[in-house]
Design a protein around this ligand. Structure first.
Ligand SMILES: NC(=O)c1ccc[n+]([C@@H]2O[C@H](COP(=O)([O-])OP(=O)(O)OC[C@H]3O[C@@H](n4cnc5c(N)ncnc54)[C@H](OP(=O)(O)O)[C@@H]3O)[C@@H](O)[C@H]2O)c1
Length: 211
């Protein structure tokens, strides 16, 4: 497969790029700065995920696009704007788009509240980014043209170990017996590539958590 990754210089993006390369896919890494640290073997291009024309032009000829874009702290609204541009650009080029988004709109099993509404999972310092990810998810749900998939990580998504195991869910936060809801970025990258290779969640959201 030819896979293009927006935000390939970031935590999730670089691990997704490494996982795709390890599986033998051709990977185009879109970064905003040429000095981004990336795995060897990628085709690196400079581009802006917030520009729908650039998204369409760069993603043309690819089988799938992944967004691992995250706006800087204090500018969370840019996350929503970039999502709109990615959807528009993907619709124009016809590429399938998988967006690595946020946990905000997942439902918490024991309370029925969303993660965004549950202070056990969203500390005040994360509220702005969580609200942006909820808006990002709503944009996808309202999208009629692009072939999108929205992947909500659990509440905690951090660099860690590639265990090779994870469990899948839909709209509910996957909580472990010890009460945590987490996955490593390495295992999330496996879930991304599994979904690209064997699509099961077209035009819908899914979640993946540590097994
Ligand atoms: N529990 C959760 O729900 C949770 C936790 C963590 C992350 N996430 C989500 O996972 C995704 C990836 O997060 P991360 O931690 O990997 O982020 P990260 O390490 O901050 O990386 C984000 C990348 O996006 C790039 N970027 C930002 N705006 C861009 C644009 N307009 N065009 C092209 N590239 C752009 C950044 O490039 P620059 O260096 O040029 O700015 C950076 O390389 C985000 O959607 C984030 O919200 C969710």
């Amino acid at each position: 497969m030819r896979v293009i990754i927006f935000g390939a210089g970031g935590g999730v993006g670089s691990r997704t790029a490494a996982e795709a390369l390890a599986r033998g896919h051709e990977v185009t890494a879109v970064v905003r700065r040429p000095d981004s640290e990336l795995p060897q073997g990628l085709a690196v291009v400079i581009g802006d995920a917030a520009d729908p024309d650039q998204v369409a032009r760069l993603s043309a000829g690819h089988d799938a696009a992944v967004s691992a874009v995250r706006a800087p702290t204090g500018r969370e609204q840019e996350q929503v704007e970039a999502t709109g541009a990615l959807l528009k650009g993907a619709a124009a080029s016809g590429v399938r788009l998988l967006i690595v988004g946020g946990a905000a709109t997942l439902r918490v099993p024991d309370s029925g509240r969303t993660v965004l509404e549950d202070p056990r999972y969203i500390a005040e310092e994360w509220r702005a980014v969580a609200e942006a990810s909820a808006a990002q998810h709503r944009l996808c749900e309202a999208e009629a043209e692009a072939d999108w998939t929205y992947l909500s990580p659990p509440a905690v998504l951090e660099p860690g170990e590639r265990t090779g195991r994870y469990r899948l869910g839909k709209d509910e936060l996957l909580v472990a017996e010890d009460g945590t809801a987490r996955i490593s970025m390495e295992d999330l990258a496996i879930a991304v590539l599994d979904e690209l290779e064997h699509p099961k969640h077209r035009r819908t959201r899914f979640t993946a958590a540590a097994a």
